[in-house]
Design a protein around this ligand. Structure first.
Ligand SMILES: Cc1ncc(COP(=O)(O)O)c(C=O)c1O
Length: 377
């Protein structure tokens, strides 16, 4: 057996639930129904219930989920949508697909999620919506964002692609904004075996608009009542997601357990009053604001010598990732969106995602931490 430690191991997760997944796939094959059937309907019901939201609409990706959510709010050409640059490029792609212009704001230095104090400065007469991203599994600070949106008559679409099962003030993310978008990309906390996504909302009229947009604007008689597109979730992915949804809480608990182990073992490397600065005390650990239940989609530390640390870990068989190496506004395709975002830019040089997935063993975390201690001593 390899003693390398990988960032994620989707095969290990499949093996842990193989009989359930195989039975679900066999059920779909036997049904002869592959698009928008009983599995999608059941998954939509079950996922909405798990998130404490009235309606879920299954779609083909998280990107489509954001795009359709904004289109359902009639966001389009000439409008502006505020979001962060410190996110997956898909958040910005989805806004641009509506015809609207993404306006990027900086993130909070501790949580690296949207800094609500930066909203006012980005507001114009064209602003129509805000898309906060619950990055790495940590809910964005929704209350001040929602207050701002209410004051200025804006829609809020939560990007929940990395935060299935996270809560803010005890209530799941996904039910706070007007709509919310989830991705079921295979590496997500709740991942399909292909692409998938969902839009959640408590507003039945918005849910109906998303349903129409998802499939050519068709009504029950397959007559297009409005212009739409094809962004359907398929039966196979829905059946697989129904199996995995049953394990989500337990997997998130395990992610939190591993995150706690990382924190306890890495804490001695963190500068604090009780632990005055030495050469090695330069590590920053992810924070979990008290009003949140973080689900650690990623465990992201910061280190001023990130690249050297990353190479050192790799020399010792430990794979890591960087989410995200280049903030969106500094990527060639998005130079037109460039504004100075100092917190985002300085974080990008220091962030490092350590291995974290539910099947990771405690001894793997211990080895990663010991190697970081060795690097820093
Ligand atoms: C924060 C964020 N938003 C949106 C998306 C888009 O999801 P998808 O890849 O399913 O289109 C992702 C996933 O890549 C993501 O991490």
């Amino acid at each position: 057996m390899s003693d390398e430690i990988f960032s994620i191991d989707l095969k290990a997760q499949y093996l842990s639930i193989q009989p359930e997944v195989d039975a679900a796939i066999a059920r779909v094959f036997a049904s002869g129904q592959f698009i928008l059937g009983a599995e999608v309907e059941a998954f939509e019901r079950e996922f909405a219930e798990a998130c404490g939201v009235s309606h879920a609409v299954g779609v083909d990706s998280g990107t489509s989920a954001i795009q359709l959510s904004l289109l359902a709010c009639s966001v389009g050409a000439g409008d502006e949508v505020i979001t962060v640059s410190n996110t997956a490029v898909a958040t910005v792609t989805a806004i641009e697909l509506t015809g609207a212009k993404p306006v990027l704001v900086d993130v909070h230095p501790q949580t690296l999620t949207l800094d609500p104090s930066k909203l006012e400065g980005s507001l114009t007469s064209r602003t129509r919506a805000v898309v906060p991203v619950h990055l790495f599994g940590c809910p964005a600070d929704l209350n001040p964002i929602l207050d701002f949106a209410r004051t200025h008559g804006l829609f809020v679409v939560e990007d929940c692609a990395q935060a299935h099962g996270a809560t803010y003030h005890g209530k799941p993310v996904g039910g706070w904004g007007h709509l919310s978008a989830f991705s079921f990309y295979p590496t997500k906390n709740l991942g399909a075996y292909g692409d998938g996504g969902a839009v959640l909302t408590n507003d039945s009229a918005l849910a109906e608009r998303v349903r129409l947009l998802r499939q050519y604007g068709w009504d029950g008689n397959r007559i297009s009542q409005q212009k739409g597109m094809n962004t359907r979730l398929d039966e196979m992915q829905a059946a697989i997601l129904r199996v995995k949804l049953r394990h989500l809480d337990q997997w998130n608990d395990r992610r939190r357990e591993l995150a706690a182990l990382y924190k306890s073992l890495l804490m001695p490397l963190v500068f604090s009053e009780a632990n005055p600065p030495k050469k090695r005390e330069r590590l920053t650990l992810p924070v979990e604001p008290p009003e949140t239940h973080h689900v650690y989609h990623q465990f992201v530390v910061r280190h001023p010598q990130r690249d050297a640390l990353r190479n050192y870990l790799l020399e010792h068989g430990i794979h890591t990732q960087i989410h995200y190496p280049v903030p969106i506004h500094l990527q060639p395709a998005y130079r037109d969106l460039a504004v100075p975002l100092p917190v985002t830019e300085s974080a990008a040089d220091q962030i490092l995602s350590l291995p974290l997935y539910p099947e990771l063993r405690n001894e793997d975390v211990e080895k990663v931490c010991q190697t970081i201690h060795n690097f820093d001593s």
